[in-house]
Design a protein around this ligand. Structure first.
Ligand SMILES: [Zn+2]
Length: 334
């Protein structure tokens, strides 16, 4: 409950901070710093596209709690190599580089003080994953190190300065591991709206990846305990027919509402409570166990990484991939 409460507070803060940042605070703060009239003019006309402003990233290392300032592309080498297997197609890696750059710049602009003096952290559970060059290379076999690292460098360098925009502003470029064939609208994951470029779209070929399907099993008492930790009033009689019943699905085929005992929960909440890989699941109850068959991996919003690789294998380039996952957007140079 505490976790979900924090998510709601964050969502409310983000919703209120975007208009403030984009209307007054952002341009006022920036223009006041500039002395030359030309520079002031440029700032007013192009508040987003002053690349020098986004040349560096203040990265919070969550393990040491230290902040490191990195050149944005050097930072992106660490993100792309942490977020996507180097064995993926070059065009998928390029799409990941542009998505990660956009996500980073969106975070810098809309930070809202989440990480105090840092722009972004290195955790995939919070912002986006990051790994140092040394740690990354050590995890690869020696004979593939150079080739893999060169693929990462090329993905970032060949898309230098490119970000995804909607109505001239960087998008909140969510991404996830595997959509299960169908991405999700953010309203069905976090509630609220305001991201017209994030709509449910389908991709074929995602079932070829190991991230596509998974299973989770719980004993009846394990399930009861886990739900009771969050909902202390939870009661269930497993002898009752339909004691667990999916009542509604989202546009992206995930569980929207599910009745469990005396509760009606969202699929996202069940996913969080039970640690399922996605909210796209089926439930079967046997004598002792409750089994969840899960499709896809991640929240399902925005670009699917395995979907990007699948599209690249079909011959799509990184721009096609981005336009597939983000509706009515443009890819611009900053
Ligand atoms: Zn973070």
């Amino acid at each position: 409950m505490k976790k979900i409460f924090i998510y709601y507070i964050l969502l409310i803060l983000i919703c209120f901070s975007i208009p403030i940042i984009f209307t007054s605070n952002f341009s006022n703060k920036e223009t006041s710093k500039k002395t030359s009239e030309n520079k002031v003019q440029n700032q007013i006309e192009e508040p987003i596209y002053n690349y020098s402003k986004y040349g560096t990233v203040k990265l919070l290392h969550t393990k040491t709690n230290k902040i490191e300032e990195l050149d944005i592309d050097r930072y992106l080498y660490g993100v792309v190599s942490a977020e996507m297997p180097a064995s993926f197609e070059e065009e998928a890696l390029k799409a990941q580089a542009v998505v990660a750059r956009t996500y980073t710049i969106y975070k810098i602009i809309n930070n809202g003080g989440k990480h105090k003096d840092a722009d972004i952290c290195d955790s995939s559970l919070c912002c986006q994953a990051w790994i140092s060059e040394e740690d990354r290379k050590n995890k690869w076999d020696e004979d593939e190190r150079e080739e893999n690292w060169n693929k990462i460098l090329n993905a970032v360098n060949s898309t230098k300065g490119k970000i995804i925009t909607y109505n001239g502003k960087p998008i909140n470029a969510f991404f996830h591991s595997n959509s299960g064939g169908e991405t999700e609208a953010p309203i069905d994951v976090w509630g609220g709206s305001g991201y017209p470029y994030l709509q449910s779209v389908s991709t074929s070929g995602e079932d070829a990846y190991s991230q596509y399907s998974s299973e989770a099993e719980f004993t009846k008492s394990e399930l009861e305990e886990k739900i009771k930790e969050i909902h202390s009033n939870f009661k269930i009689d497993f002898k009752e027919k339909d004691c667990i019943k999916i009542e509604e699905y989202t546009d992206g085929n995930r569980v929207k509402k599910i009745k469990i005992g005396n509760l009606e929960l969202s699929g996202v909440e069940v996913r969080n409570i039970l640690g399922l890989k996605s909210a796209n699941f089926e439930v079967t109850i046997s004598d002792e166990k409750i089994k969840f068959k899960v499709i896809g991996y991640g929240h399902g919003v925005g670009m699917s990484q395995t979907g990007a690789d699948s599209l690249a294998k079909e011959g799509k380039n990184y721009e096609d991939i981005i336009h597939h996952y983000y509706t009515n957007v443009e890819i611009e140079n900053i």
